[in-house]
Design a protein. Structure first.
Length: 282
């Protein structure tokens, strides 16, 4: 086929796509250069010197992995549980000390043991406190079985304990010459009336039984609180003569009335708690 020569003044025809080729090539080169620069910057950031803030953030992220955060939360929870248990332990000691009332019993014990020699007096006090402690431990361990045997509920025990505590607290606030538990006999006491009812009285027995039956899973805590309370009561009664001489009768009466006032509030709270449980059970 013969070739037709181009006319003068006309441009040779070119492909439609060839006109965009230089532009597309330039854009591709620019993108490649941009990507290369970005990769270079990332490499520089990864391998080059870093600032103090980035170093600190990275260190904190490394130092706080998920396992470490979980361990920290577990430790905080354990600390909260220990704090709560410590508060309950101290509250139990205060409650049992108020119920046993060693300071209020000091004048009565001094009057009962007035004719007993000093050496024998210490033996008697330690013996009676030991008997009272054993009785309280028996009621703490066997309180639930005793309630089941007598077909009694915790609600009735709470109400009865609150009534007894309230009556004894009233006698402590409005002091009687014969004490909170009535008149006592002379001579060296044996179990009655020093161990029972001055130390392990109805209020103390009901209180320790109620604590053990309501939360039996904390029996070890209640036992430790009872041991600390009995140690405090023994030390107070052993130093009764010195306390009475140092503080005087009026100061001892003021301490007893103050403890009776606090015990009144505890008795009312125990009584209201029993009534509340009874109403909810209807």
């Amino acid at each position: 086929m013969p070739v037709v020569p181009a006319e003068a003044g006309t441009q040779p025809r070119r492909s439609r796509n060839t006109g965009w080729l230089p532009v597309f090539t330039g854009m591709t080169a620019s993108a490649q250069s941009t990507g290369t620069a970005s990769a270079q910057r990332q490499n520089a950031l990864a391998t080059g010197p870093v600032s103090a803030s980035r170093t600190k953030m990275g260190a904190n992220a490394i130092a706080q992995p998920p396992a470490s955060r979980q361990t920290k939360a577990t430790r905080l929870m354990e600390a909260a549980i220990i704090t709560s248990m410590t508060g309950e332990f101290l509250s139990a000691i205060v409650l049992l000390t108020l119920v046993i009332d060693p300071f209020g019993n000091v004048p009565l014990v001094n009057a009962m043991l007035a004719g007993v020699p000093t050496a024998r007096r210490r033996v008697v006090i330690v013996r009676e406190c030991a008997i009272a402690a054993v009785l309280l431990v028996l009621f703490m361990l066997g309180g639930a079985r005793l309630l089941d045997l007598m077909h009694l509920s915790e609600t009735s025990l709470s109400i009865a304990g609150g009534v007894i505590l309230f009556m004894i607290a009233i006698r402590m606030v409005f002091a009687h010459p014969e004490g909170a538990f009535g008149p006592t006999q002379g001579g060296e006491p044996l179990i009655v009336p020093l161990a029972i009812p001055l130390i392990a009285g109805p209020s103390a027995l009901a209180t320790i039984m109620l604590m053990a039956t309501r939360e039996p899973q904390k029996m070890a805590m209640w036992g430790a609180a009872l041991a600390v309370t009995m140690a405090i009561a023994t030390l107070v009664l052993l130093s009764g003569e010195r306390l009475q001489r140092a503080l005087g009768d009026r100061a001892m009466q003021a301490i007893e009335r103050l403890m009776g006032l606090i015990l009144t509030a505890i008795a009312v709270e125990m009584l209201l708690g029993g009534i509340r449980e009874f109403v909810q059970g209807l």
